[in-house]
Design a protein around this ligand. Structure first.
Ligand code: FAD
Length: 244
């Protein structure tokens, strides 16, 4: 009997980070200072440059925000990856293979307090959900998912035991199964991602209604971004969370 495991989280671990606010400033200064712009690539002076970073953000001069990188290891269900992988620009991915390794029996189950019930005026484009008040509905939902997950995973293992190509054996695994990816992006591409995959009704100029689970991943990335690029992050928030 395989020990199927359940998780409700999207885990994001920072693997590496290159650059910072000072590099945004230095990259922008090349415009007027040429080779001398390097003098601005100094972390100690970056605090003085919030005015310039704010100007770049406000006027959507985006390229100075590309001379940096951050790499995350993200563990998320496939239904989250289907959305995340749609971000084509300034994102690089490497994902664990379903052809060359056996996929782990780790599946997504929502937290009890995840808003999940459609409301009366539900609309595509701006969907809203309420908490599930009825324990029996939540329990039945979770039980149904667990039954399917376990059945699908055993079918997958049986096919592997029969010697079937792992790339084919996996076809009945559901999108709730977890997968791990390395994700590398730059501050500009991350801000584009955050603007679409976080819900900020009070602060965003263009309010997005993302899937709860991709927002879990986006918020974890946002937290690391805010620490590595505090001035850029502040300018992003102050200017309506619009990617420059
Ligand atoms: C709430 C929400 C609901 C969604 N619903 C659906 C859905 O129902 N169906 C669906 O298929 N997708 C859906 N999506 C995905 C969405 O259509 C985008 O694919 C995804 O958000 C990535 O955005 P992007 O193209 O701006 O990002 P990226 O691919 O990273 O592109 C970044 C920017 O680069 C520029 N760019 C990239 N490629 C091109 C190009 N080929 N030509 C010109 N400019 C380009 C654009 O300015 C773009 O904004 C949804 C997204 C969200 C946030």
């Amino acid at each position: 009997m395989v020990d199927v495991r359940y998780k409700s989280s999207v885990e994001v671990e920072q693997i590496q980070s290159m650059g910072g606010d000072h590099m945004v400033v230095a990259a922008a200064r090349v415009s007027t200072q040429g080779a001398d712009a390097l003098q601005y690539a100094d972390e100690a002076s970056s605090a003085e440059n919030s005015g310039l970073i704010n100007y770049l953000m406000k006027h959507r001069h985006g390229t100075p925000f590309e001379h940096a990188a951050m790499t995350f290891f993200v563990h998320a269900p496939i239904f989250v990856w289907r959305e995340w992988h749609r971000h084509r620009i300034g994102f690089s991915f490497n994902e664990e293979s379903g052809r060359y390794k056996t996929l782990e029996p780790v599946f997504y189950i929502p937290e009890r307090d995840r808003p999940m019930m459609k409301v009366g005026e539900w609309k595509p484009g701006r969907p809203k959900f309420l908490h599930c008040e009825d324990d029996s509905v939540f329990d039945r939902f979770v039980e149904m998912k667990k039954t399917q997950y376990e059945s699908a995973y055993h079918s997958y293992l049986n096919a592997l035991d029969m010697g079937i190509d792992p790339g084919l054996a996996r076809i009945d695994l559901p999108v709730g199964i977890y997968s791990g990816c390395w994700v590398t992006c730059n501050p500009r591409s991350l801000m584009a991602f955050l603007s679409l995959r976080t819900h900020e009704p009070d602060n965003a100029k263009f309010v997005s209604y993302p899937l709860h689970e991709i927002e879990l991943g986006a918020r974890a990335c946002e937290e690391m971004f805010s620490k590595g690029w505090p001035i850029t992050y502040r300018a992003f928030c102050d200017n309506g969370r619009v990617a420059p």
